[in-house]
Design a protein around this ligand. Structure first.
Ligand code: GLN
Length: 487
């Protein structure tokens, strides 16, 4: 193979594989070798599944040789966040409690990307059970930011974001409960999408907070992220929260431009962000204005309460979802004198500090004397947030905000201060509570030239307009001048 596919767009790789200019095996071998030489510093993967990847690539090449349609992602490498179950392959959630567990089935998204011809390279690092914003809560050690190895890649899908940003893989999947796709995408200078709740099946996504969790794509361009979302979207009878309506065509209108669209800049989410982040957002808004959109500032007052409501609702759901890890059904078991002691010892050893904190918070919020004061009130705030967005969407097609208040921070900077860590998601959490789609794309550089992310938000099932706006922004976005760690 004379042509290198490292750093190429997913759509381009698929085109070359389909037209037999390169084989899927060659593409995958090249990416595996590249990951082998760079991931020791980055630690974006927990497990690189070389053999499975090569045999999946062979299947794609055989299909092409037989003249069959290999799918829209033919031969394209993809990295999977390690909270997506993969049949017969360890799935850890970056926790010790799942040690040794091999799921007996594949997540629906894993099946769908395989059917589309994509080839999974392996499982990526995350904050334990997707709880965190820096990937430092992984029991396997942190992932690093590919633009500066002393900084975090964000979280919880930090491994997936870092792998794509560092060109170890053109695509990745992550999950977003409060920002875990968009925040690491912003910190690593790539595109990350949280779809409308229910657009993508959650079957086989290990649950954190089921009313908020959603799977979505990472890519280095808006179009590649739309291409991947198109593949994973759609109804799944195995997920009762999956929407019945067919997925919209996300690529068809993507180049239509923004002429005539009404775009609102959310006032409450610019207050208090780092000065360069705020400037980048205003530049982004101006660029859309110059391309014909109507830009105005808009107040969405209830978003201010998003973080507080989230830190009651998400831990409450987590405390219930994580009750199943009892030392009996999955992974790690520490034997005690009786059942109860086995549960306690297994959970004490198997869960890390942040997961325990969430379980305790959630159990407290749901306890009989406090249920109404905490959980009940948070649910009422959630309704207020939905209504507040609804009023804004009566006047605007999409909304804009920063994705994160700052660029990537240093490793260790927030580990002993959970509240400051939680604040990393202040701009992303409100959309999860509303169930709406939102995405982050790189726009400019902040302190130390680290990438800045701009967030495009849309009403439920507003993905078509969201991608149109993101594509228009991408066309006007400054190129990131900072070098990757290996460049
Ligand atoms: N950082 C947030 C949290 O710790 C969001 C995590 C996520 O989206 N999975 O809960």
């Amino acid at each position: 193979m004379t042509l290198s596919t490292i750093g190429m767009a997913a759509s381009e790789i698929a085109g070359l594989v389909r037209s037999k200019q390169v084989s899927a095996v060659e593409v995958v071998q090249e990416h595996l070798a590249f990951a082998a030489s760079h991931d020791s510093e980055l630690h974006s993967f927990i497990d690189i599944t070389d053999e499975a990847a090569l045999s999946a690539a062979r299947v794609v090449d055989e299909k092409i040789a037989r003249g069959e349609d290999p799918g829209s992602l033919a031969g394209v490498p993809i990295a999977l966040k390690d909270n997506l179950v993969t049949r017969g392959q360890a799935t850890t959630c970056a926790s010790q409690i799942l040690k040794g567990w091999k799921p007996p089935y594949d997540a629906t998204v894993v099946e769908k990307v395989r059917e589309a011809g994509a080839v999974a390279l392996g499982k990526t690092n995350l904050d334990e059970f997707a709880m965190g914003s820096s990937t430092e809560n992984s029991s396997f050690g942190p992932t690093r930011n590919p633009y500066d190895l002393q900084r975090v890649p964000g979280g919880s899908s930090g491994g997936s974001a870092a792998a794509v940003a560092a060109k170890l893989s053109p695509l990745a999947l992550g999950s977003d409960t409060g920002g875990s796709i968009r925040q690491p995408a912003a910190l690593c200078g790539i595109v990350g999408v949280k779809p409308t709740y229910g657009l993508v099946s959650r079957y086989g996504l290990i649950a954190f907070a089921s009313s908020l969790d959603q799977i979505g794509p990472f890519a280095r361009s808006v179009k590649d992220s739309a291409l991947l979302l198109q593949v994973i979207a759609g109804h799944d009878p195995k997920d009762s929260t999956s929407l019945e309506s067919p997925a919209p065509d996300l690529l068809a209108g993507i180049e239509r431009g923004v002429e005539g669209l009404r775009i609102g800049v959310i006032e409450e989410l610019i207050d208090g962000v780092a000065p360069k982040v705020g400037e980048a957002l205003l530049e982004a808004a101006n660029s859309l204005g110059a391309q014909g959109a109507k830009i105005e500032h808009v107040s969405v007052p209830a978003v201010k309460y998003g973080l507080s409501a989230y830190y009651l609702i998400a831990p409450a759901e987590a405390s219930s979802n994580l009750a199943r890890y009892d030392g009996v059904r999955y992974g790690l078991r520490v034997e005690g004198q009786d059942m109860n002691e086995t549960y306690v010892k297994s959970r004490t050893k198997g869960f890390g500090a942040e997961v325990k904190r969430r379980i305790m918070l959630g159990t407290f919020a749901l306890s009989s004397g406090y249920y109404d004061a905490y959980y009940g009130k948070a649910q009422r705030v959630r309704t207020m947030i939905i209504n507040s967005f609804q009023s804004a969407y009566n006047h605007f097609d999409v909304l804009l905000s920063p994705t994160t208040p700052t660029t990537a921070f240093e490793l260790g900077a927030k580990v002993s201060d959970p509240l400051s860590m939680y604040l990393s998601d202040i701009c992303t959490i409100p959309t999860n509570l509303a169930g709406h789609p939102a995405m982050s794309l790189p726009y400019g550089q902040g302190e130390n030239d680290m990438p800045i992310g701009v967030q495009v938000l849309a009403p439920a099932l507003g993905e078509v307009n969201m991608f149109r706006v993101a594509r228009a922004l991408e066309l006007g976005a400054p190129v990131i001048s900072r070098k990757l760690f290996w460049e």
